[in-house]
Unconditional design. Structure first.
Length: 484
């Protein structure tokens, strides 16, 4: 769960008028545009952006410049490159005139233009600073972000906190949100979860959907407040209903697991879809899993692959791993070990333990690559040390067989024990066999039986057969009766 910073604040008065609109109408349109964007309310921002676009297309020079200056960072403000450059070049003389006359909004917009399009960070800082001296919240937050990110200035969290605090003191919701995030991270200020919670709550009460989402996370994790999954789910839903993609994903995640709300995998999928449609890569991966496994939707491996591909375009390691799996097993695509290997390699390059384990298996089996136990051992070990139980079990088996390294049942037992502690049935069964024959551990038939029962309860066929072949059948009848 990330705690992103935002830079956008409500505008205060300006004097760029057009014959068809009154000052009040223009001011209202700008404030609606900026406040909805700042609060992360996608649906409201879409309406506000459309109003700004309509005014721009009607020839309003200020709104043309406003639309153009946000066009690269906001998909809803997107313009053809030539149109964007025309709007900017035509508007610059007017905006510069008003900025030099001391208009804080014009100063801020020139700073944004210098930062995003003119690529003159020093000029951007100077214009933001001039506007900030007039207590312009947009400029205050932009300066805070420059120092937070070290853009054109030496990174300085403490100085960033000063600017965010000034915006907060003006009662601005985005200043409250940004300062809360610094307290949550302990950057520039002492880490203080209770203060972060207080500031997020203030911002959320003003409709700030990112603050609502982060409140959900604070309640989910019990940061600065007692853990409360129901409140977490409610805050996520508030954020989601305002169109916030993080809120939509998190609320879907809670619904899928019945955390703080009734479990409803189909409804969870709808929230994932809303977030995924806004480019939320984690949501794209999760909705892909729903289609792949037929959870709440009709199974559709082609749709699953399509969603995984969207996330993979943004180098999402899990999506790359899942595409590799689909090629390895021929799900939705022809089986292709070469493509599987390449997709696993992409995910492994981003430190995906599951991809390391999958590549280890390909080297172990000689799938597309030459069989190489040493490489398999290296990859399994890397994933095992990262805590992946499947890799821990695989590494244990290499120790049992002496493949790629000397045979060592004691080491095998250690890795099986780690994987078993994470609930892996294969590891429980493999560890049971070591106890049964006293290899690497003290011989114990009782412990072997216990472990096989644990694996059998998870549906492990070999463990169930072992119990039956050793005469342990009554326990299964007792388990069945207890479950009725």
């Amino acid at each position: 769960m990330r705690l992103p910073l935002l830079a956008i604040i409500c505008f205060h008065g300006f004097c760029f008028l057009h014959a068809a609109e009154s000052p009040a109408q223009v001011k209202s349109a700008v404030e609606r545009f900026v406040s909805s964007r700042a609060a992360g309310s996608v649906d409201e921002f879409a309406e506000a952006a459309q109003q700004v676009r309509s005014l721009a297309e009607a020839g309003h020079p200020f709104f043309r410049f406003l639309l153009a200056v946000y066009s690269e960072q906001e998909p809803l403000c997107e313009l053809p490159a030539k149109t964007r450059e025309r709007y900017l070049s035509e508007g610059r003389p007017l905006i510069l005139k008003h900025a030099e006359e001391g208009n804080a909004l014009a100063q801020y917009l020139l700073g944004l233009d210098c930062q995003s399009y003119m690529h003159t960070p020093t000029d951007a800082h100077d214009w933001f600073e001039q506007a900030a001296k007039q207590n312009q919240p947009l400029a205050l937050n932009s300066l805070g972000l420059l120092y937070y990110n070290g853009t054109g200035v030496t990174q300085d969290f403490e100085r960033a906190s000063v600017y965010f605090r000034q915006a907060t003191m003006a009662g601005d919701s985005n200043g409250e949100y940004n300062l809360a995030t610094l307290y949550a991270q302990g950057h520039g200020v002492p880490r203080d979860d209770e203060m972060a919670l207080h500031l997020y709550t203030r911002a959320a009460s003003k409709g700030h959907s990112n603050a609502m989402n982060n409140l959900g996370w604070f309640y989910q994790e019990g940061r600065g407040v007692e853990r409360d999954l129901e409140k977490a789910a409610r805050w996520y839903r508030c954020s989601a209903e305002r169109g916030n993609p993080d809120g939509q994903f998190n609320y879907g995640f809670m619904m899928a697991r019945g955390m703080g709300c009734p479990r409803d995998i189909r409804e969870a999928g709808l929230w994932y879809a809303r977030a995924a449609g806004q480019g939320h890569t984690e949501a794209q991966v999760h909705i892909g899993v729903l289609y792949r496994d037929g959870l709440g939707v009709r199974p559709d491996e082609l749709k699953a692959l399509s969603w995984f591909a969207k996330a993979a375009e943004h180098k999402h390691a899990t999506a790359q791993f899942y595409i590799g799996q689909m090629y390895e097993h021929g799900r939705g695509v022809p089986q292709d070990n070469e493509r599987a290997f390449r997709w696993y390699s992409k995910a492994a390059a981003q430190d995906s333990p599951r991809a390391w384990n999958a590549l280890g298996y390909m080297y172990y089996r000689g799938k597309f690559v030459d069989k190489d136990y040493a490489k398999a051992e290296s990859l399994y070990r890397r994933a095992a040390e990262a805590g992946l139980p499947e890799a821990q079990n695989n590494l244990g088996m290499l120790h049992v067989r002496g493949e790629g390294l000397p045979q060592d049942h004691g080491q095998a037992a250690e890795w099986f024990t780690k994987a078993h502690a994470k609930g892996l049935a294969d590891a429980a069964y493999n560890l049971a066999l070591l106890y049964e024959y006293g290899k690497g551990v003290k011989l114990s038939h009782i412990r072997a039986v216990e472990l096989c029962k644990q694996a059998a309860r998870q549906g492990h066929v070999a463990a169930t057969d072992w119990l039956a072949s050793n005469g342990y059948t009554a326990w299964a009848d007792a388990e069945g009766s207890a479950g009725k």
